[in-house]
Design a protein around this ligand. Structure first.
Ligand SMILES: [Ca+2]
Length: 571
């Protein structure tokens, strides 16, 4: 991991702050709650936390309606609480990534209050006002335009009417938003995840969107139209590059973009000469069917489309999508964990994934999500994947001393951190071991991924390193010098007195075979001989395999292959 920056080899952990840990009994998670759980995250082995919005907000969309880009909502705590959390995270080696919501503010933001007060207010043009609406639709249902009586014009809101869209074509607005980024970067925040990056710029002629001939009943209502003129506009790339330049004013920060687009369009967000987003979120695993052939195809397509030098990333779940364990079942959730943590690049996981947490059914009178309230019954609501983290089996799961803002569900009596920590074979142990494996085998982060083929319903690929091909370190790649050394961190200070790289001493070439049985039946697969590094069942580590390996139903294996050159085994 040599020349990689922190975010390239990071496992990022998304925290939905309302649901992680409450510290004051109001039933809503907060910053001091996150602080209390930092050591849990260190033990899990993640490198960074991304916290969903904590800014002052009327909470019409639970923080994605920001009323002050440089503050902390009292529900989550104070700025002093944030500063302490940031310092304590950094003290433990954890990076902190904030959510940035640039497409729209809250209608309570002072900017919008001024903008709507008069057609001549200097802030008028910071939002998007028109005499007549066009046919654009809100992502949360209905027209994207709201008539405002005070000034007799319509304003654009791509989401709720309480979330007016900001006008990024206005230079003063842009400067103000960039200064908000700098405010947090100066504090030492390590980067941003940018909300709906592909929606930020709209057609300057406000042309009507064409109908979507592929619309199917049950899809979100805004899918009636193709978003040709209000998303993924060409001008967005200049804006993203400017945003990146602001982030790059500070060393070692990261810019991540939320982008729901097909792979070819997604790739354009890396920008010309890779000066766009460091990581345009790769949501392919959220969207593809759960079969070996479908996942193999996605991996190949994504890899082939990556621009030269672009850094890959993978995501299994987030606060807008059904939890992976609900999508594919508990057994396959373990396979998914092994898949996620053996793919190249940066990994982002969602809180609770490490517990195999499932969606929690939400009764109609418990609904909180405005999306569900606007479009009830279509299964579009996001409350089920946003329920409180179950820390123990108690009534409120150790999440709060009060009444949780969303229910925990009955399953939490079994699926909770305390219970899974006691179980040596739990999915939580699997996640910890896989993250550790990733840290100790850099080939999993930056090695080549070869193969990605389906055999029966087993997904098979190899991670191979040609690390240090021109290595000048005479000790690298010579296992004979470290005959008894089983520590992949082998830094052997005596031999490398000035070497500060913990990964030096990694063998010159490593070949790991990943086999993921995505079927409900056992499978027999031909392999070359090697040693099992980890099984999803956590019971085969260190066993030798040769010529044939049997995978149990829903079993995944990482096997260290012996070198074809006939040289010594890597491990
Ligand atoms: Ca609280």
């Amino acid at each position: 991991m040599h020349d990689l920056t922190w975010w390239q080899h990071a496992v990022i952990y998304e925290i939905y702050p309302r649901s992680f840990q409450d510290s004051n009994g109001d039933g809503i998670g907060d910053l001091n709650g996150i602080l209390r759980r930092l050591d849990y995250l260190v033990l899990l082995g993640v490198d960074a936390i991304w916290i969903s919005p904590i800014y002052p907000s009327p909470m019409a969309d639970f923080g994605y309606d920001v009323a002050d880009y440089c503050g902390i909502d009292p529900i989550f705590g104070t700025m002093a609480d944030f500063d302490r959390l940031l310092a304590e995270a950094h003290r433990r080696g954890l990076k902190v990534i904030l959510d940035f919501v640039p497409n729209h503010s809250s209608d309570r933001h002072p900017w919008f209050q001024k903008s709507r007060s008069s057609r001549h207010n200097p802030k008028r043009d910071w939002y998007i006002w028109r005499d007549q609406p066009n046919n654009w639709l809100s992502h949360f249902g209905g027209s994207a335009w709201e008539f405002d009586e005070t000034t007799g014009q319509y304003y654009l809101h791509s989401f709720l009417k309480e979330q007016p869209d900001l006008n990024w074509r206005n230079p003063a607005l842009k400067a103000a938003m960039f200064n908000a980024l700098r405010f947090w970067l100066r504090k030492g925040v390590d980067g941003f995840r940018v909300d709906v990056m592909w929606l930020m710029i709209k057609d300057d002629q406000f042309r009507d969107n064409p109908p979507n001939p592929g619309y199917r009943l049950g899809q979100a209502p805004h899918s009636h139209l193709l978003p040709v003129y209000n998303s993924d506009r060409l001008e967005i790339h200049g804006l993203v590059a400017e945003m990146r330049a602001v982030v790059d004013e500070f060393p070692d920060r990261v810019l991540i973009g939320e982008i729901y687009l097909p792979i070819p369009q997604l790739m354009t967000y890396y920008g010309v000469d890779l000066r766009g987003a460091n990581l345009p979120f790769n949501f392919q695993l959220l969207q593809c069917a759960w079969s070996a052939s479908a996942v193999a195809e996605v991996i190949s397509e994504y890899q082939q489309a990556l621009p030269d030098g672009a850094w890959p990333n993978w995501v299994l779940g987030n606060h807008d999508n059904a939890r992976i364990a609900s999508r594919i079942g508990a057994r396959q959730a373990r396979v998914a964990a092994m898949l996620l943590l053996t793919l190249p690049g940066t990994i982002t996981m969602y809180y609770g994934e490490e517990l195999g947490m499932c969606n929690v059914p939400i009764a109609p009178d418990q609904v909180q999500d405005p999306f569900e309230k606007n479009e009830p019954g279509l299964g579009l609501g996001r409350d089920p994947e946003r329920t409180p983290m179950p820390w123990d089996a108690s009534t409120a799961g150790g999440f709060t001393n009060g009444w949780p803002w969303l229910p925990l569900g009955d399953e939490h009596e079994i699926v909770n951190v305390a219970a899974l920590e006691r179980d040596d074979n739990s999915i939580l142990r699997l996640y910890r071991n896989l993250i550790q494996l990733r840290q100790t085998h850099p080939v999993l982060v930056n090695g080549k991924l070869e193969g990605a083929v389906a055999e029966q319903n087993v997904l098979r690929y190899e991670r191979t390193s040609d690390l240090h091909p021109t290595n000048k370190d005479p000790f690298a790649g010579t296992p004979a010098l470290h005959p008894t050394n089983k520590d992949p961190f082998a830094g052997t200070p005596a031999l490398h007195p000035t070497n500060k790289d913990p990964f030096a001493g990694t063998p010159a070439r490593e070949r790991l075979l990943v086999l993921l049985n995505m079927a409900a039946e056992a499978a027999q697969i031909s392999v070359k001989s090697g040693t099992v590094l980890i099984s999803t069942h956590l019971d085969r580590e260190g066993t030798k395999v040769g010529s044939q390996v049997k995978l149990r139903a829903g079993e995944g294996l990482v096997i260290s292959l012996e070198q074809s050159s006939g040289g010594p085994a890597v491990r």
